[in-house]
Design a binder for this molecule. Structure first.
Ligand SMILES: C[S@@+](CC[C@H](N)C(=O)[O-])C[C@H]1O[C@@H](n2cnc3c(N)ncnc32)[C@H](O)[C@@H]1O
Ligand code: SF4
Length: 410
């Protein structure tokens, strides 16, 4: 969702799909991503499609749920008219931006629209992201009753000076309060952390990890800070106001993350994600990595169905205006060739702890097989797993995942 939208073909105004485009959907599960593009302040490092109240033009946050509900109705109509048999959602993920900035009533209305139009499978995972300052007992009691069952809290760091560099405005004490509220209400829990803020020491990162582990969440994501071009953080680094991210220190922090989380009983299942058990992995994230089908609702949201992917108009105002005129908010779409889709899937799977099948990879990239022994010798993939036919990254390989993929596909 970060950065400009991709090029691609013009999406038709009615949003309909051809038989070729929907090919392959029958064997996939179906998932919903709901984008809430509002934040109280924009963090200096963030390039996501999100806006403060003053950046929204004439669009009011209070009207936004109506636009999303229009897209949900449109999606049901488009899928039916395109010949896609009705399917229930396996997971729903409200992300942002800051979903928890909207009133509970709006979030519930959107969730109910998804339920009315499509329904949810038994035990569906229904997550919302939340910033620590926006979690109240009153709001989250309503969300829990309405069917939300998992909350991902943006903790990022436990160290005030690091939060300040990242321009996170929340009070670090609020993380534990917010966490307690959602846990007591029976939500599944996840915490998001970022490592590598300029000036962050290894001890400060250890403090953040230990504070997160002390809360004992079901699930943890730890992201290496990406300096996105065009962000305030990138400008601060270019002007030497802040030091650049140190790649060697990043590697050390990742190794520490794996060591402390493993010791605390968390298993990694994707490069940036760990959970207390397999059952507590994020099914929604896994759906992306395993190439399932999903509809992304909201401005700038990306979707994938059969062999087509598409993306919506980026600005919330343009997005809402399209829907008001009964026109699809899709800005562009792209038909994936069988070869591209298979290669992308294999590359995404390589980031997971299940890894990718070496025979599938060789079928797509015949030269890749010869490179496997060298990757084992260099300590980048697990030898034992390779003998069993799976390519699974070692901790060193996880640090160099992009390079491993380049070696395999060059
Ligand atoms: C876009 S946020 C949305 C949720 C919520 N607003 C928050 O900040 O926690 C989702 C996750 O992406 C992370 N993120 C955003 N920009 C990033 C960057 N440049 N590098 C690494 N992680 C980033 C955030 O820190 C957060 O954990
Ligand atoms: S609160 Fe989250 S979405 Fe909003 S600017 Fe910060 S990182 Fe980005």
């Amino acid at each position: 969702m970060a950065g400009p939208l991709p090029d691609g073909d013009q999406a038709p105004a009615d949003g309909l799909f051809s038989n070729t485009e929907i090919q392959g959907h029958e064997s996939r599960t179906f998932h919903a991503y709901v984008h809430i593009p509002f934040c109280k302040d924009i963090c200096g490092y963030c390039d996501f499609n999100t806006y403060t109240a003053t950046q929204l033009g004439t669009l009011k946050q209070s009207d936004y749920a109506r636009s999303l509900i229009s897209e949900i109705s449109l999606s049901a109509e488009v899928l039916a008219k395109s010949g896609v048999a009705p399917r229930k959602f396996t997971t729903v993920f409200f992300g942002g931006g800051t979903p928890s900035l909207l009133p509970a009533e709006d979030l519930i209305e959107i969730l109910n629209a998804l339920s009315d139009q499509f329904g949810f499978v038994e035990g569906a995972e229904i997550t919302t992201e939340a910033n620590p300052d926006t979690v109240t007992v009153e709001k989250f009691t309503k969300l829990r009753k309405a069917g939300f069952n998992r909350v991902s809290i943006g903790m990022q760091s436990a160290v005030p000076s690091v939060l300040k560099t990242l321009e996170r405005t929340h009070n670090p004490d609020n993380v534990a309060n917010a966490f307690q509220i959602v846990r007591d209400l029976g939500f599944g829990t996840s915490l998001d952390l970022i490592f590598g803020a300029p000036g962050e020491t290894i001890d400060q990162w250890r403090d953040s990890l230990e504070a997160a582990i002390a809360l004992s969440p079901d699930h943890l994501s730890a992201y290496s800070l990406i300096v996105e071009p065009g962000t305030k953080l990138a400008r601060q680094i270019n002007s030497k106001e802040l030091v650049d991210v140190d790649e060697d220190l990043q590697a050390e922090k990742y190794e520490l993350t794996e060591a402390l989380l493993a010791e605390a009983g968390y298993g990694w299942y994707e490069i940036s994600n760990w959970s207390k058990s397999e059952a507590l992995q994020s099914n929604h994230n896994l759906a992306y990595w395993l190439g399932q089908d999903w509809w992304g609702y909201g401005p700038g949201a990306h979707s994938h169905l059969g062999s087509v992917r598409w993306w919506n108009q980026k600005h919330p105002l343009t997005y809402s205006k399209k829907l008001e005129s009964f026109v699809s908010p899709a800005a562009g779409r792209e038909q994936l060739s069988e070869q591209t889709a298979a290669l992308e899937r294999v590359l995404l799977e390589s980031r997971t702890s299940s890894g990718m099948s070496i025979s599938d990879l060789v079928a797509l990239e015949p030269a890749a097989g010869k490179k496997v022994p060298g990757l084992i010798v260099d300590g980048l993939i697990q030898g034992e797993q390779a003998i069993k036919g799976q390519l699974v990254l070692t901790v060193k390989g996880r640090l160099l995942a992009d390079a491993v993929v380049r070696i395999l596909t060059d």
